[in-house]
Design a protein around this ligand. Structure first.
Ligand code: PHE
Ligand code: ZN
Length: 885
């Protein structure tokens, strides 16, 4: 018999906490055998509670209770009861001091929640519900407390002992042990608690805030990583400055610490004053980290820093409100990255992720609103919908209000709710109150799942000189029915004349022509809505949903010739790129169709000429060009298909790529040479990044057609590269080529050179496993017994299993079903070790609806196999049970 099914938690059942914890005093004694945690909690009844129970229920998981006392008196067995996932303290007073002693085993903790060991250090991860694995507590974000933390450990093994806030005391103890006490002056929920103990080096910097206060910036790493800190520290200073300038937000403690750990489930964590990062998201030097890593670090450091206001000072009332902090903070970090780099390129990257992965999530079995109504395991809801769509929702408010009113709104939000745990409704209310703009209908975005579809129709009337735009919207919910009520959609719009210039937009006949805007954000609020523009002398081309002003699917209305025109003339950089994507999608689909029918394959010459035009253009911005030369990915092409023929998509895309590369060989060689120039020193500014990127795209294209000259270029670049961007790009080009001996040699050389550096080894693994050429299932399985692999390390799991299942798409979807069985085997294995990683890894199997019937059956069979496992974690249970037909 299987155990009872896990419980679903509903937003509608939210009740205010019956008890509050004013003070939390913690004492940790750390040793190789385990840890002892003593807590002293000053508890009182919540005067505003919805209920007044006699008993106090505390959360606790995998804890051994050693002692418990109230107001200094040890509790007898009748005073409390150990219950599933917690502790019931029977018949408590209105005000009391609860003391508990618990024992935990960090060295056996493989789920990486709570207190655990990563290499030689102790560290914690408490969001969302990890604190309950440390001690009994009210583990919910609306219980905010002042924390004082003392850590005791061996002085030689753990010279560095850290927690949130300011260090207030330290000293030596007997037997080579020492202690440090930290005090955090800000009240916080326990998910923001952190502790680190280890033999770490610190790299220090300093920042002077806008009011002239000096803040110590201190990054802690293992000694071998001391030369990999400067980029993170520079990014941190840039973020602190940006948040002052753009949001008026100043940092509030005297010290800000960052710690890098190798074993981490996510990217990083915003613990108050003590951010903890996955090593791969914070450590960099030019010879080991690629440009993409540099940019990721800049974004994540900013993201975690920005949480100090959007997340810590103002936090979430409950986990249904997760996007309150995550959506807003992703919006903030995206704006920061846009300001630091190319705004257009940042937008292209974000929309690409949204349309490829979030749209797929929202069309799949785990589809949920930005504010979910229920969940079984909150860890499953750290999703692209909460983060990326959540950021789009905030971005839409920004576009509806404009920069100035949005800033008034954020000021009001921070002022009104500082020190509180609040809801997404509170956020929207502040935006509405500060701006005077009615956002009632807009709130629908928070509550409904699914991606709205917009159909566009337009008409030009030569005689009346009017242009009529007709927009209609619908939203297929995941249940298949159509949501009737419309969304409030900011629809950014322009009209282009045949020279590619914006035409003044006059909606009202009385408007003054000279003051007419040339771009508008239309309030699209009805199911069907018509907008008319006057005094349009010639037939224009409409520029629709500029900058991707809303997270919607828009049906293509352009002819191929119009798309070609837009590829060179659109005044909106995002739309210019998107025109190229739309054209390439159409052409690849056409080739895929022929491939599926066994017909002869040909590529529309217009695409080749368009790329030629881009390559020889003198005026195009290199950052944009580097994005325009990339064909839509296989994942995106699959997402756009009703039923995806993976083999046809793979072959068609390769055929188009190779045809373009052959036709443009000399232009690509020139592009390679033009962007080769010897560098003085590596710089991660976006212009240098764009040049390297262009050069390496050209190299990859030339190598994919087996060009001998390109092989020499790649081997030379591989042997002489002075930075990891160029080194790994040449490796990727070789790995994806048909030059078998050179590619094997390069893989071997690379590993021999870098095997001591885990961040580089992660790249080495994912390059191979993500490539159809080197990542056969057998090769991937072999790598899993390689010394470089460790199933307990999430980064390695992502680099091998994740890369194979998500990037090496034709291999994973091999019709023999072995890829699916392989994934299920590993999900089952990881279910016991690390449920969060297991449940995230299973995603590709849950997308069965996109594939043919045979594959659907094979995928379903593997999901059923997982569901039949004994002791399935809540994490895996929720995702798999919701994914089965
Ligand atoms: N709150 C973290 C962030 O977005 C993500 C995270 C969630 C990290 C849960 C660990 C655990 O910045
Ligand atoms: Zn975050």
């Amino acid at each position: 018999m299987k155990e009872a099914q896990p419980r679903t938690i509903f937003l509608k059942d939210y009740k205010k906490p019956p008890f509050l914890i004013d003070e939390t005093v913690l004492h940790f004694d750390l040793s190789e055998q385990g840890a002892t945690v003593k807590s002293r909690l000053s508890i009182r009844r919540n005067p505003d509670a919805d209920t007044a129970p006699q008993d106090l229920y505390l959360d606790g998981v995998d804890l051994e209770l050693a002692a418990i006392a109230i107001d200094g008196v040890e509790l007898s067995g009748s005073g409390y009861e150990l219950i599933a996932e917690g502790l019931r303290v029977i018949d408590v007073a209105d005000n009391f001091l609860l003391e508990c002693e618990t024992r935990i085993k960090p060295h056996e903790n493989t789920c990486l929640e709570g207190l655990y060991k990563s290499s030689s250090m102790f560290c914690t991860q408490c969001e969302a519900e990890g604190f309950r694995r440390i001690t009994y507590y009210l583990d919910r974000p609306d219980v905010m407390s002042r924390f004082t933390t003392t850590i005791v450990a061996d002085k030689n093994l753990y010279p560095i002992l850290l927690s949130n806030g300011n260090q207030v005391e330290r000293g030596d103890l007997d037997a080579d042990r020492h202690f440090v006490t930290w005090e955090d002056p800000f009240r916080k929920p326990c998910y923001l608690f952190a502790l680190v103990a280890g033999d770490l080096l610190n790299i220090d910097d300093e920042y002077t805030t806008m009011s002239g206060r000096k803040v110590a910036l201190r990054m802690f790493v293992e000694p071998q990583n001391k030369d990999k800190c400067s980029h993170a520290l520079n990014s941190l200073k840039a973020s602190m400055k940006w948040d002052e300038e753009v949001y008026g937000r100043e940092y509030d403690l005297d010290i800000f610490m960052i710690v890098a750990v190798d074993d981490f489930n996510m990217g990083a964590m915003e613990n108050k004053g003590l951010n903890i990062f996955n090593s791969s998201c914070v450590l960099a030097k030019p010879d080991t980290a690629t440009d993409a890593t540099y940019q990721r670090i800049e974004a994540i450091v900013a993201h975690e820093y920005f949480h100090n206001w959007s997340g810590n000072r103002v936090t979430c009332r409950d986990w249904f409100q997760l996007s309150l902090k995550e959506g807003f903070t992703v919006f903030r970090d995206a704006e920061f990255s846009a300001d630091m780099n190319s705004r257009t390129v940042k937008r292209i990257e974000d929309v690409n992720l949204l349309r490829t992965a979030q749209f797929a999530e929202d069309a799949g079995p785990m589809s949920h609103p930005v504010r979910p109504a229920s969940f079984i395991e909150i860890s499953n809801f750290y999703t692209l919908t909460i983060y990326e769509k959540g950021a789009e929702v905030v971005g839409m408010i920004y576009r509806l209000l404009g920069a100035e009113l949005f800033r008034k709104g954020s000021d009001l939000y921070f002022e009104r709710h500082d020190g509180q745990a609040v809801t997404t409704d509170d956020f929207v209310q502040a935006m509405q109150d500060a701006s005077g703009k009615d956002l009632t209908q807009f709130k629908r975005w928070y509550d409904l799942a699914g991606t709205p579809v917009i159909a566009v129709d337009y008409e030009y009337d030569q005689d009346g000189q009017t242009f009529t735009l007709k927009l209609s919207q619908s939203c297929p919910s995941t249940a298949g029915d159509v949501v009737e009520k419309p969304f409030h959609i900011p629809f950014s719009f322009a009209l282009l004349d045949n020279n590619g210039c914006n035409i003044p937009l006059i909606q009202d006949d009385d408007a003054v022509f000279a003051n007419a805007p040339t771009e508008l954000v239309l309030d699209f609020v009805k199911t069907e809505q018509i907008f008319t523009f006057q005094h349009i002398e010639k037939r224009p081309i409409p520029s629709l949903l500029r900058g991707f002003s809303a997270p919607v699917r828009i049906k293509n209305t352009y002819s191929r010739d119009e798309l070609l025109f837009l590829m060179s003339n659109e005044t909106d950089g995002f739309n210019r790129w998107d025109a190229g994507q739309k054209l390439a999608v159409e052409i690849i689909r056409e080739v895929a169709e022929s491939y599926a029918q066994g017909a002869e394959l040909t590529v529309d010459q217009r695409l080749i000429e368009a790329y030629r035009g881009l390559l020889v253009s003198e005026s195009i911005d290199k950052a944009l060009l580097s994005k325009m030369l990339l064909l839509p990915t296989e994942s995106y092409l699959i997402e756009l298909s009703e039923t995806a023929n993976v083999d046809a998509i793979h072959h068609a895309r390769n055929f188009v790529r190779d045809t373009v590369a052959k036709a443009l060989k000399s232009e690509l060689l020139k592009c390679y040479q033009d962007n080769l120039e010897a560098e003085t020193a590596y710089s991660a500014d976006f212009r240098s990044i764009a040049k390297r990127s262009l050069k390496n795209i050209a190299l990859g294209l030339l190598l994919s057609i087996g060009d001998a000259e390109a092989l020499t270029l790649a081997e030379t670049q591989f042997a002489t590269a002075e930075n990891m961007t160029d080194e790994s790009a040449s490796l990727i080009a070789l790995v994806n080529s048909d030059f078998i001996a050179p590619r094997e040699a390069a893989l071997e050389t690379f590993y021999a050179k870098w095997k001591a550096d885990p961040q580089v080894v992660e790249q080495w693994l994912s390059i191979q496993c993500g490539s159809v050429k080197s990542g056969s299932l057998e090769a991937v399985k072999r790598l899993m017994s390689h010394e470089a692999f460790d199933i307990k390390n999430p980064n390695k799991v992502r680099s091998v299993i994740g890369a194979f299942c998500n990037q090496n798409i034709v291999s994973f979807h091999n019709a023999n079903g072995q890829g699916y069985a392989f994934l299920a085997d590993n999900v089952i294995k990881l279910n016991k070790l690390n449920p969060q990683i297991a449940s995230r890894l299973v995603t590709p199997l849950t997308r069965w609806k996109k594939f043919d019937e045979q594959r659907q059956a094979l995928m379903q069979a593997q999901l059923k196999r997982i569901l039949d496992e004994e002791n399935l974690s809540k994490d895996v249970y929720e995702v798999v049970s919701k994914s089965i037909k």
